[in-house]
Design a protein around this ligand. Structure first.
Ligand code: SF4
Length: 419
């Protein structure tokens, strides 16, 4: 028997003047979810009993507030009066966002503005770029790391900015991957996305396109048959989702994820560890197992960046490492996400791994004797041999040439079969 996930509730305030039948047909339309999104405090009051801290949050937050009816219904399902509900902490502004005493908070913690090569293109690593195709999201997550750009009401790049970004990618032949981000690229229409992907596919050195999106979480009806078929014409397109809590994996979200995978799009999940949301190994474990069952690889578990207004949500590094250590024994490698921290100001990613090695004797020339303690306390020694003089033969230019001709042959075949 096929396992079914729990469907999300379908709740819309009766005062909004929609009959149950009309609601049932509108609910599954993603454009309706966009149009009827909650943006004002009064919209949220129709779903939640706001606490004093949340009411202050609406007055003081310097970051936009927005939520789809779908995600609001999901977040208000268990306890409309519980201000510490995990999903509610993700979507609702709180007074703590504007606290005066903060540990380390910035509008641009990753130093992306410094690496902007055009107004919409961040180029930090030699082989990949981040293309900020829109700054719009259907839900503004309170922990967002890109508050310097997201939610500025700029939407899709203006024509000159769009062309400038494409020109840059075309000119930089070392770029292999383009990550479509923002904002959320899946808030754009199929037609606009199709245009962006077609333009990128005309650039020969672009091999991989990644799509970073939270729409399968907050508006899974966005993932239509038309969308996944269109994406398939531009393969390989990797989909990077952003589930943070097992409750977000509803039947609707599961159907959306399966559509991607069934059409050949590899899906990876990146989550953020957050206080009161998922900072317990059992929660991450439940999320990871469900994702893996749906053929989604739990990829990264991020330490929350010191983005403005996130001090109350950020876990301590020690807490994050404790979660990772517990997961080590409970999850298979396939289901285990990697804990990672972005070094502020553009330092790139640093993997955070629990300390398993407790002693190291000797040196590399002579060989070392290393003592480890596993996740459940088993202690043993690994004797590392001395450094070898044998090096693997390397002919990088030949590999490169071979790969280029393979790709040419593949794209010729693809054009032939489409024609
Ligand atoms: S979906 Fe991503 S870009 Fe948009 S608010 Fe959330 S974290 Fe920020």
């Amino acid at each position: 028997m096929r396992f079914e996930f729990r469907p999300a509730p379908m709740r819309f305030p009766s005062s909004a003047g929609l009959e149950p039948e009309a609601l049932a047909s509108a609910w599954g339309d993603w454009t309706w979810q966009m149009r009827r999104s909650l943006t004002h405090r009064s919209d949220f009051e129709a779903y939640f009993e706001l606490s004093p801290s949340e009411r202050r949050g609406f007055e003081l937050s310097g970051f936009q507030v927005r939520c789809t009816p779908y995600y609001a219904a999901l977040a208000s399902e268990t306890a409309a009066g519980d201000e510490f509900d995990p999903l509610r902490l993700i979507l609702m502004p709180r007074a703590e966002e504007s606290a005066e005493q903060v540990t380390q908070e910035q509008w641009d913690p990753l130093g992306e503005r410094r690496n902007l090569k055009t107004p919409r293109l961040v180029h930090r690593y030699p082989d990949r770029v981040l293309f900020l195709v829109t700054d719009f999201c259907s839900v503004y997550c309170r922990y967002c790391t890109r508050k310097h750009f997201t939610g500025g009401e700029l939407a899709f790049a203006r024509e000159p900015e769009y062309r400038e970004a494409l020109e840059y990618i075309r000119a930089q032949t070392g770029i292999r991957e383009v990550i479509l981000s923002g904002g959320d690229p899946l808030t754009l229409s199929d037609a606009i996305l199709d245009r962006v992907l077609s333009d990128l596919r005309k650039i020969e050195h672009v091999e991989i396109i990644r799509l970073g999106t939270r729409m399968p979480v907050v508006c899974p009806m966005r993932v239509t048959e038309d969308l996944v078929r269109m994406l398939k014409r531009h393969k390989p397109v990797y989909v990077m989702t952003h589930f943070n809590h097992p409750r977000e994996l509803t039947q609707e979200a599961a159907v959306a994820l399966e559509k991607f995978v069934d059409h050949g799009h590899p899906v990876f999940n990146q989550m953020v560890l957050l206080n009161g949301v998922n900072n317990d190994a059992r929660i991450v474990q439940a999320l990871s197992r469900r994702l893996l069952y749906l053929r989604v690889k739990p990829y990264y578990m991020f330490q929350c960046d010191p983005s403005r207004g996130t001090d109350h949500l950020r876990t301590s590094v020690e807490d994050s490492l404790r979660v990772q250590r517990e997961l080590w024994g409970r999850l298979s490698g396939l289901a285990l996400p990697q804990l990672s921290l972005d070094i502020p100001d553009g330092g790139g990613k640093a993997g955070l791994v629990p300390q398993f090695e407790i002693q190291c004797e000797g040196d590399e020339q002579q060989g070392t004797r290393r003592t480890y303690v596993g996740w459940d306390g088993v202690e043993s020694v690994y004797i590392s041999p001395p450094r070898s003089r044998w090096r693997a033969p390397l002919d990088a230019s030949a590999y490169e040439e071979e790969w280029r001709s393979l790709r040419h042959a593949q794209s010729r075949d693809a054009q032939h079969s489409e024609g």
